[in-house]
Design a protein around this ligand. Structure first.
Ligand code: NDP
Length: 508
């Protein structure tokens, strides 16, 4: 039985198993006032946590990671039951989330190390950039990876010295509630990682609250609403939105390997991943062989059941989006090889392979977020790249190719690219993760993902006095002449290349 969050709210939100319709448990619907109170408590925790040494934080984060690992089966079971994904995928998600806690813990001190930079013209200064915790981070998580995705912000925010208030999706609140209980027992500051539950309005309240940054994962439409709410206080936002990730198969690719990767990349998590392979462009010469290999691979997959490769879709609303995209594609002339709009039963969708698709179809332009592999034939690599970039999104992408692989990758307008693999970038914690355009902005993971939750401080320290003090009104009469000389020497036709050299020359 899942643990039920407690709180003063009288209204409650139920969490159902999308595979069976069974009620799992209910959680409070936190009001705006309750969210504000939670944020206020988090701020007190942040004040202490933020001044602790990296070593002290690392000790507590390591204890937290170990406590989560000790509950791995329980967390995976909650994810499996709330989200509908197979147990194996749920357990993998827990493992990947723990990898981020470990990585962020280990990297924080290095990523936030103060840096000396050139002082330029002010060569008598010591110039330093340093990184400091922001305070309280509001994390609004999605339902597709209810632990892994938010942990990509939470772990990095905590490691950088912040407190976190986490609002999980109303579809998957229980795993978050359990993680918060574990956190409260592990951290010396019980308010360091808190969870507020409820529907979109609770998320909106968090975005409007006094947090110092909002890290949001979800749709572009909701991301815009979050940004507008945060704008009321000029709170910065990090947006991890959806994608329409392209995959390009060049004519010298290994067809079998490309097909195997394509099927996994498109269908893992039942296609409900922001970095799912959402559309495939295959060189004319390989198209038919590739389609046959993909269809053969898809026919081996089992949908549903304890040993299924694909689980239930997480919500009926998402099933409706996928059905709409499939019907639209078929109406516009796509050919169905497996699955299709009629192969949907309740929250289960048979994996669907489509050919004869083009960019007029929703399945090639809008985020489908379901188990669909639309394959388009292309005449050249240029056409593949042009079509791949023909999107308002720009999250992930993948290329299967021989010698041209890196040059194709370079031309893809996306935040991340995998070469001869799919989703490789998501499994490497040191690589920053994020997109451009409608896929959002800001980065989680990697050193950039740690610094995302810091404020940058620039310090200019005068370490010696020089006769020519630019920061003073007490200037000699010949100052204009000296400045003209400097302009000529430094930026015009003079011989002195660096400001430091100039000042040394001036000092004699
Ligand atoms: P949303 O973007 O609406 O939900 C994401 C998160 O935002 C949830 O926690 C949700 O809470 C919360 N939320 C909803 N409204 C607000 C608001 N006004 N202010 C603050 N937070 C809010 O996703 P949907 O469930 O509607 O999914 C629709 C589409 O979004 C999918 O088809 C898919 O294309 C895309 N998507 C992309 C994801 C990704 O990983 N990039 C993840 C999920 C969806 P609650 O669930 O309680 O409403």
């Amino acid at each position: 039985m899942a643990t039920v969050a407690t709180g003063p709210s009288s209204e409650r939100l139920s969490s159902f198993n999308p595979a069976t319709g069974e009620l799992i448990a209910s959680v409070p619907i936190h009001t705006g006032a309750e969210v504000d109170a939670v944020v206020a408590r988090a701020r007190i925790a942040a004040q202490t946590w933020g001044t602790r040494s990296f070593e002290a934080r690392s000790e507590e984060l390591t204890a937290f990671r170990k406590a989560l690992a000790a509950h791995a089966d329980e967390l995976a079971d909650l994810i499996h039951r709330e989200n509908g994904k197979p147990e194996l995928e749920a357990l993998t998600e827990v493992m990947m989330a723990l990898g981020h806690v470990q990585h962020a813990t280990g990297r924080a001190e290095t990523a936030m190390e103060p840096r000396r930079v050139s002082a330029g013209l002010l060569a008598n200064y010591r110039a330093t950039i340093s990184y400091h915790p922001l305070g309280v981070i509001g994390v609004i998580g999605p339902w597709n990876y209810p632990l892994f995705t938010p942990m990509g912000s939470i772990a990095y925010a905590l490691a950088a010295g912040n407190a976190v208030v986490w609002k999980p999706s109303e579809l998957t609140p229980l795993v978050a509630v359990r993680v918060a209980e574990i956190a409260a027992k592990t951290f010396a500051l019980p308010d360091l990682l808190q969870v507020v539950t409820g529907a979109g309005s609770t998320g909106a309240a968090l975005a409007r609250s006094a947090v110092d940054k909002v890290a949001f994962t979800g749709s572009a439409a909701t991301g815009k609403r979050v940004m507008m709410a945060a704008a009321e206080r000029l709170t910065p936002v990090l947006l991890e939105l959806g994608g329409k990730d392209p995959m390009i198969i060049a004519d010298d690719a290994d067809v079998e390997k490309a097909a195997e990767a394509c099927v996994y990349g498109a269908l893992t998590n039942t296609g409900q991943a922001c970095i799912s392979v959402e559309r495939v462009y295959v060189a004319d010469a390989l198209h038919d062989r590739f389609v046959t290999a993909v269809v053969d691979e898809v026919r081996k997959l089992k949908v549903g059941g304890d040993d299924g490769h694909l689980g239930a879709m997480t919500s009926a609303a998402q099933v409706a989006i996928v059905k709409d995209h499939l019907e639209d594609a078929v109406a516009k002339g796509a050919k169905v090889h497996t699955g299709g709009p009629d192969a949907i039963s309740g929250n289960y969708i048979q994996p669907t392979v489509l050919t004869g698709v083009d960019h007029r179809m929703k399945v090639m332009s809008d985020e489908t977020f379901g188990p669909v592999i639309p394959i388009q034939r292309v005449a050249s690599l240029d056409e593949a790249v042009q079509l791949a970039n023909d999107t308002t999104y720009g999250l992930g992408s993948s290329v299967f190719a021989g010698k041209a692989a890196r040059s194709i990758a370079k031309r893809l307008r996306a935040g991340m690219t995998s070469i001869n693999s799919v989703m490789g970038f998501a499994g490497i914690p040191s690589l920053p993760f994020g997109g451009i355009g409608d896929s959002g902005f800001g980065r989680i993971h990697g050193d950039e993902g740690i610094r995302e939750f810091t404020r940058i401080k620039s310090t200019a320290e005068q370490v010696m006095s020089i006769p020519m003090n630019m920061m003073s009104f007490r200037q000699p009469k010949n100052m204009p002449k000296q400045i003209r000389g400097m302009i000529k020497q430094l930026y015009g036709e003079g011989v002195v290349a660096k400001a430091g050299d100039f000042l040394r020359k001036l000092r004699g």
